[in-house]
Ligand binder design. Structure first.
Ligand code: GLV
Length: 320
């Protein structure tokens, strides 16, 4: 059997590359810029496996360039960048990296929640702009979390990890999901399943932790935002297009909701100019899984999926 050829379409941590190098001949795009399509297609021509990033579109054109492809291992938990149906039709296995980024992403969601409710970005900007200031009883008052309700849209692993953190801050949890969580998880979190309308209307903070798909495109639109409390905050660490960003900007401008903490954007890497101008928004550049440990673990899990499939075993975390 010939040596498998593994194409890595972007820079990944060495610990993942080392596993891949022990399985086959590896070609990796060594730049942080997106790989040019012609370079990618030339490399895919005899590739057995592709290790991809969430910025790669694995579509029909990608598959057409890779006639020998057996596997796409996405180094991300989200796989909305992959046409899974087209992969399945071609007999190409798709894997992702769930689990290993749960804590890092929940930490980031909690960080955004704290930043926006306590106005930390605003405070930082005040000091960095060297604006004169004095401590004041009424200066930059935020919103306390104790006894407030966190509504989690999508109670998967990241949602549960966020709920666990929020409980430690004294928050009450409700969630909306396609199906109810295990009774043991509900008990542990003191969480109850509610309809989306009830979640939006009664939560002090709404956090989006669901996958992006046609079903969740603009789930949070102008109507959803206007059903939220004027004192409520929206946190999005999932995918940008779950929110109608233009509607969110209007809602933040006119006080329909109090604020937002965003790690993801509708047209990444672009950020709606309206968000940049607003003080009641915290924006960070898609950093959910961005810790040294987590990115290493993601690359290793993707590489282990490649190793399993090329050895004829079942992948560890398969999508199809
Ligand atoms: C990050 O957004 C991921 O899906 O892993």
């Amino acid at each position: 059997m010939s040596t498998p050829r593994i194409v890595v379409t972007g820079r990944i941590p060495d610990s993942g590359l080392e596993i891949l190098q022990s399985i086959g001949e590896v070609w990796a795009w060594g730049d942080d810029r997106p790989i040019p399509t012609e370079v990618r297609n030339a490399q895919l021509a005899d590739a057995t496996a592709a290790v991809t990033l969430l910025t790669d579109q694995v579509d029909v054109a990608f598959l057409a360039a890779a006639p020998e492809l057996q596997l796409v291992a996405n180094v991300a938990v989200g796989y909305n960048n992959i046409d899974v149906e087209a992969c399945t039709a071609r007999g190409v296995t798709v894997t992702n990296t769930p689990g290993v980024l749960t804590d890092a992403t929940a930490d980031l969601a909690m960080g955004l929640l704290l930043m926006v409710t306590r106005r930390l970005g605003e405070g930082e900007r005040l000091l960095r702009s060297q604006t004169p200031w004095k401590w004041g009883m009424f200066m930059m008052l935020g919103t306390g979390l104790q006894g407030r309700r966190l509504g989690i849209v999508g109670l998967g692993g990241i949602g549960v990890a966020l709920a666990t953190r929020a409980r430690a801050f004294g928050m009450e949890i409700v969630y909306h999901n396609r199906s109810a969580a295990d009774a043991a998880i509900e008990r542990q979190l003191g969480a109850s399943l509610v309809g989306l309308d009830e979640l939006l209307a009664t939560s002090d903070v709404v956090s989006l932790n669901c996958p992006y798909s046609p079903a969740t495109h603009h789930l949070i639109d102008a109507a959803a935002l206007s059903s939220m409390r004027p004192s409520a905050f929206l946190i999005n660490t999932a995918r940008g297009p779950i929110v109608d960003e233009a509607a969110l900007v209007s809602a933040l401008q006119d006080g329909t909701i109090a604020g937002a903490g965003l790690d993801v954007f509708e047209n990444e890497p672009e950020v709606h100019p309206g968000l940049i101008d607003l003080d009641n928004v915290v924006i960070v550049p898609h950093l959910g899984s961005a810790t040294v440990e987590t990115r290493g673990a993601m690359a290793e899990l993707a590489a282990k999926n490649v190793a399993a499939v090329l050895a004829g075993r079942a992948p560890i975390t398969a999508i199809n």
